[in-house]
Ligand binder design. Structure first.
Ligand SMILES: [Fe+2]
Ligand SMILES: [Fe+2]
Length: 165
């Protein structure tokens, strides 16, 4: 990212990054990385794409950062299927506790799991975030599984070498 864009990106999201509730996402695992790390990656890609497409990139970036704004504790009473389809409304509820959320941001957060869940993306920005989230999730899970497999393989090879000595 260009230096000036990096600065702008940081200015758009900084108040969310220092929010104490949001900081809790740092310690929660999501696709093999922290939920904060995942959200930041979705926000970065959303910023780049929506800015290029001349969309409302400020709101899109903020909503992208908050699309998974929930802690495991928030959903502890739900089974995994309920958590999958209901976490967007929990994320929106949390976002509204701290920020004035526009209807664009609300739709981005609520519909990011489309076609799962009941909300349909209404804006171009919502489609971008929904697609970026899926791409990023796929990349993260693949990378996580790959490094896990590689780790197991290295331990196995190490054992074989030491056994043969
Ligand atoms: Fe999500
Ligand atoms: Fe996500």
């Amino acid at each position: 990212m260009k230096k000036s864009n990096k600065k702008e990106f940081e200015n758009i999201i900084n108040d969310i990054l220092i929010n104490n509730k949001f900081k809790e996402l740092d310690g929660e695992l999501h696709h093999g990385i922290s939920r904060a790390g995942h959200s930041l990656r979705v926000a970065k890609n959303t910023y780049k794409i929506t800015k290029k497409l001349n969309l409302n990139y400020e709101k899109a970036t903020r909503a992208a950062l908050m699309h998974d704004f929930y802690t495991n504790k928030d959903l502890e009473s739900k089974n995994s299927f309920e958590a999958l389809s209901e976490h967007p409304s929990k994320a929106l509820e949390n976002a509204r506790k701290y920020y004035n959320i526009t209807s664009l941001e609300a739709n981005i957060i609520e519909s990011h799991m489309f076609p799962l869940g009941h909300k349909v993306p209404k804006y171009a920005e919502s489609w971008v975030v929904s697609l970026v989230d899926k791409g990023v999730a796929f990349y993260e899970m693949y990378r996580y599984k790959l490094s896990l497999t590689l780790g197991i393989y290295i331990i196995f090879m190490f054992n074989m070498i030491t056994i043969q000595r």
